[in-house]
Design a protein around this ligand. Structure first.
Ligand code: GLC
Length: 524
C-alpha cells in the first residue's frame, strides 16, 4: 500500500445509532437526542471512536427519516437543535466524533422544493427534480427498477409528467445535474459542519447522478414486481442509473468543503458489482474518503465466501473501504449465521476479521450485545419495504435497544409502548445484565476493541493472506499481526505461531475451537 496522509479515522472504530430505536429520553416510545445523551457513556466504555447518527431531520417518516422535509431542522420527535448540540458536545468530551446522515439522493415529497415544483411547473424548483413527459406509446420513461422493487416513475396528475424515484414515490430523486442543487447542499453541509459535526454518512451515494438521457438499463435476467427486491435489482446491468462518472465531481466539491473542517465523508456505496466505478469515488482520496462495502451482509458462514467477499473489494478498490456486518437495513448477522449462541459465536468471529481488514469498521447498535433480529407480529410491521411478512422487511433489525430488564427495557419508561415492539428480548440480551457478566457478548466486544486499539501498526501494514492447508480457516496478516477465524464446527490449529492477543471463544493456546477467531502477534 502506498504512503498515505494520516487521517483521524485511520485506526478508528465506528458505531451506527439508529436514533428512533436507540434510547427514548422523553417517554413517547421513540428514541431521541436526550435519550442518546444518556447512553454516550456506554459507547465510550465500549471503546467506540465515531458515532454515526441516522437521519433526525423534519420528516413525514414514510421511510423513517430517510425522507427529509427540511435538511437543517431537527424533527420534534427527536428533540431540538440544542439537544443535538448537547449530544455533539458530550460525544466530543468523551473523545467520540460524530457523523450525521445526509440524504442527498432524494427529498421527501413534503419538502418545500418538491411542493413548489408541484405547485408551479415553471418554478425554479421544478428542475430540482427529474421530470419526463409520458412517452406516446403509453410506456414508462425507462425500465429502471427501484431499490425497494417496482417501478421508479410516478405521474404528477396536474402536469401529466412523470417524476423519478429510486425509492418510494414519496421520495422524489433530486436532479444533481442542476447546479442549484449543488449550491443548496454546499450550504446544508456547512450548516452542520459549523455546528461541530465531524463528517457525513452519505445516503445512497452511488446513485445521486443519473444518466443525462435517462437511458434504460440492459436487462440481464427476468424481473417482475412480485420478485424479492434484490432479485429485481439484479436483473439489470445498472449502467445508467447508478455510479455515473459525474458523481466524482460532486464528491470532490464536498471533499474540499469537508477539508476545511477536517471532516470525514463516508459513503453508503451500495454496489456489489461495479467495483471499478466505485473505486473512482473513493480511491483518489479527494472525493468520498471511505465507501462502505456491504458484501459481509450478503454472504453465508462459509470460508470460501468470506475470503471472496474480502478479496473482491481489496483487489478492486485501492483505498478507503468501510466494513460492516450489520445495519438498520439488513437482518442481524447473528440471525443470518444461524441464530442463538451459534450465530453469536460466528458474528463475533467475523468482527475479529473485519477489525483486521484495511479500512474503517462499523458496528450497528446492539451488535455489541450479540442481538438477533427482533421478531414481530404482522400487525406491528412498520417498514414500507418487504411485503406482508413482518420479518422480511427491515423492522427486525430496528427494534429498540434493550438497555435493562426493567419494564420499558431501559429504552423507555414503564408503561410506555415503544414505536416498534422489543421483538422478544430477554434479560440476557440487555446491556445492564451483560455489563455485570464478564463472559457476555458485550465484554467480548469491548475487549476486542481494546486489543485492536493497541494495534495501530496495522494501519500502514499491507494485507496478505496466510497460506493454510485447512480449507475452513480464513487467515490474513497485517505486518506481524494475524487475524484467523475457524469457519467450521471442528477445532483447528492456527497456521502461525505467536502470542494470542485476543480470542473470541473457548479454544486453548493456538487451537481454535469451532467458529472461534483469534488475533495473534506472529513470532519467529
Ligand atoms: C439507504 C438507507 C435506507 C433508506 C434508503 C433510502 O439505503 O440506509 O434505510 O431506506 O437509503 O433513503
Amino acid at each position: 500500500m502506498s504512503e498515505h496522509t494520516p487521517r483521524w479515522w485511520d485506526h478508528a472504530v465506528g458505531y451506527e445509532a439508529y436514533i428512533r430505536s436507540f434510547a427514548d429520553g422523553n417517554d413517547d416510545g421513540v428514541g431521541d437526542f436526550i435519550g442518546m445523551l444518556d447512553k454516550l457513556d456506554h459507547l465510550a466504555w465500549l471503546g467506540i471512536d465515531i458515532l454515526w447518527i441516522t437521519p433526525f431531520y423534519t420528516s413525514p417518516m414514510r421511510d423513517w427519516g430517510y425522507d427529509v422535509a427540511d435538511y437543517t431542522a431537527v424533527d420534534p420527535t427527536y428533540g431540538t437543535i440544542h439537544d443535538f448540540d448537547a449530544v455533539v458536545a458530550k460525544a466530543h468530551d468523551l473523545g467520540i466524533r460524530v457523523l450525521i446522515d445526509i440524504v442527498p439522493n432524494h427529498t421527501s415529497d413534503q419538502h418545500r422544493w418538491f411542493q413548489e415544483a408541484l405547485a408551479d411547473p415553471t418554478s425554479p424548483y421544478r428542475d430540482y427534480y427529474i421530470w419526463v413527459d409520458p412517452p406516446e406509446d403509453g410506456s414508462l420513461p425507462n425500465n429502471w427498477v427501484g431499490y425497494f422493487g417496482g417501478k421508479t416513475w410516478t405521474v404528477d396528475e396536474a402536469s401529466g409528467q412523470y417524476y423519478l424515484h429510486l425509492f418510494l414515490p414519496s421520495q422524489p430523486d433530486l436532479n444533481w445535474r442542476n447546479p442549484a442543487v449543488l449550491d443548496e447542499f454546499d450550504n446544508i453541509l456547512r450548516f452542520w459542519l459549523d455546528r461541530g459535526v465531524d463528517g457525513f454518512r452519505i445516503d445512497v451515494a452511488q446513485a445521486m447522478v443519473k444518466d443525462a438521457e435517462l437511458r434504460s438499463n440492459p436487462q440481464i435476467g427476468p424481473s417482475d414486481d412480485s420478485m424479492f427486491r434484490w432479485e429485481q435489482w439484479n436483473a439489470f446491468d445498472h449502467q445508467h442509473d447508478i455510479l455515473q462518472p459525474e458523481s466524482v465531481d460532486i464528491f470532490k466539491r464536498w471533499n474540499a468543503i469537508a477539508a476545511e473542517y477536517d471532516a470525514l465523508l463516508l459513503g453508503e456505496t451500495y454496489d456489489l458489482h461495479m467495483l471499478d466505478k466505485l473505486d473512482r469515488l473513493v480511491s483518489g482520496g479527494d472525493a468520498i474518503d471511505v465507501g462502505f462495502w456491504f458484501g459481509a451482509m450478503h454472504m453465508e458462514w462459509d470460508a470460501q465466501q468470506i475470503r471472496a467477499t474480502f478479496e473482491l473489494p481489496l483487489n478492486n478498490i485501492s483505498a478507503g473501504l468501510g466494513w460492516a456486518q450489520n445495519s438498520h437495513d439488513e437482518h442481524r448477522s447473528v440471525t443470518r449465521f444461524g441464530g442463538g449462541d451459534l450465530g453469536r459465536r460466528r458474528a463475533l468471529s467475523l468482527s475479529v476479521l473485519l477489525l483486521g481488514l484495511p479500512g474503517l469498521p462499523f458496528l450497528y447498535q446492539g451488535e455489541e450485545l450479540g442481538l438477533e433480529s427482533g421478531t414481530l407480529p404482522a400487525e406491528a410491521k412498520l417498514d414500507p419495504v418487504g411485503g406482508d411478512d413482518p420479518n422480511s422487511g427491515r423492522d427486525g433489525t430496528r427494534t429498540p435497544v434493550p438497555w435493562s430488564d426493567a419494564d420499558g427495557m431501559g429504552f423507555t419508561s414503564a408503561g410506555v409502548t415503544p414505536w416498534l415492539p422489543f421483538g422478544g428480548r430477554t434479560a440476557a440480551d440487555t446491556a445492564e445484565v451483560q455489563r455485570a457478566d464478564p463472559a457476555s457478548p458485550l465484554h467480548a466486544h469491548r475487549e476486542l476493541l481494546a486489543v485492536r486499539k493497541t494495534l495501530s501498526e496495522i494501519v500502514d501494514a499491507p494485507f496478505e493472506w496466510i497460506d493454510t492447508d485447512v480449507d475452513s480457516l480464513v487467515a490474513f496478516r497485517r505486518g506481524n499481526i494475524a487475524f484467523v477465524a475457524n469457519v467450521s464446527s471442528a477445532a483447528a490449529l492456527a497456521p502461525v505461531a505467536g502470542a494470542v492477543l485476543y480470542r473470541s471463544g473457548a479454544g486453548e493456546a493456538l487451537e481454535l475451537a469451532a467458529d472461534e477467531a483469534m488475533i495473534i502477534r506472529i513470532e519467529g
